[in-house]
Design a protein around this ligand. Structure first.
Ligand code: IPE
Ligand code: IPE
Ligand code: MG
Length: 241
């Protein structure tokens, strides 16, 4: 393949297949989640070294509460450990961390860990790392619409002033650009309620590799595939004119 230098600014990942990965090895699903967390840690450094500026990962969806209580509890414990251990690593790697999603359903200690991580890393100027926890795109849109409706009610804005930009800014991702590349691992080809509004013109990349096995070589493949895409945004490619 011809060498490609086009690097996506923002990569979003639906990290899927932790459970299947573990099951295939005869191990418990929660072991897969632990290995999945390690894979996130590693890919963050790889992404930074490739020149990616924003990395966003789907860690827990608003629908994942439907899993068995023991799995939800294990995921929450893994998330808490991850958030806590991320402070030191993010400071070392100059990574700014933030969490998107609805926080009121999370436990106090997870909320505290999120706030501490965001506060500690707010001044870092390298890659912006966004973790989606209790995130659902439809829930996020509902919350944004409510905010705008409130502003209409108080007279801060009028309904006909509401623009696409205003909606974008009121989503949890209001401070980061839309993803250029969306990766989903382990064979599924769906969004599962992730970044619906933000992915209007995102390029999609699917792989059969399960998330715990997704490494530097796999990310490179995805970035290379992205480099070969023609983003047209509804217009015409240069050579079609
Ligand atoms: C992704 O792995 C992690 C989360 C959704 C929390 P899964 O747990 O969905 O793994 P599979 O899809 O069951 O294999
Ligand atoms: C999407 O994966 C959510 C996360 C990766 C956190 P799921 O495994 O929950 O999605 P479905 O159920 O296969 O659509
Ligand atoms: Mg899954």
């Amino acid at each position: 393949m011809e060498e490609n230098k086009k690097i996506p600014q923002h990569v979003a990942i639906i990290l899927d297949g932790n459970g299947r990965w573990a099951k295939a090895k005869g191990l418990p699903r929660n072991y897969g989640h632990k290995q999945g967390a390690k894979a996130v840690e590693d890919i963050l450094v790889v992404a930074r070294d490739m020149g990616i500026k924003y990395l966003t990962v789907y860690a827990f969806s608003t629908e994942n509460w439907n899993r068995p209580e023991t799995e939800v509890a294990a995921l929450m414990t893994i998330l808490k450990t991850y958030l806590k251990s991320s402070i030191k690593k993010s400071m070392k790697n100059n990574v700014r961390c933030q969490v998107i999603g609805e926080r009121s359903r999370l436990s106090d200690d997870i909320r505290a860990a999120i706030e501490e991580l965001e506060r500690a890393t707010a001044g870092n100027t390298g890659l912006t790392f966004t973790i989606a926890i209790n995130y659902g795109s439809r829930d996020e849109i509902v919350r944004a619409v409510r905010k705008l409706a409130d502003e209409c009610k108080t007279g801060e804005i009028s309904a006909d002033e509401i623009s696409e930009e205003m909606i974008s800014k009121n989503l949890d991702t209001g401070n980061i650009p839309d993803p250029d590349l969306m990766i989903r691992t382990c064979g599924e080809q769906r969004l599962s309620n992730f970044l619906l509004w933000q992915c209007a013109y995102t390029e999609f990349y699917y792989t059969d590799i399960a998330w715990p096995d997704f490494d530097e070589a796999e990310l490179q493949k995805a970035v290379d595939a992205y480099g070969n895409r023609n983003r047209k945004y509804g217009g015409l490619k240069d050579d079609a004119q």
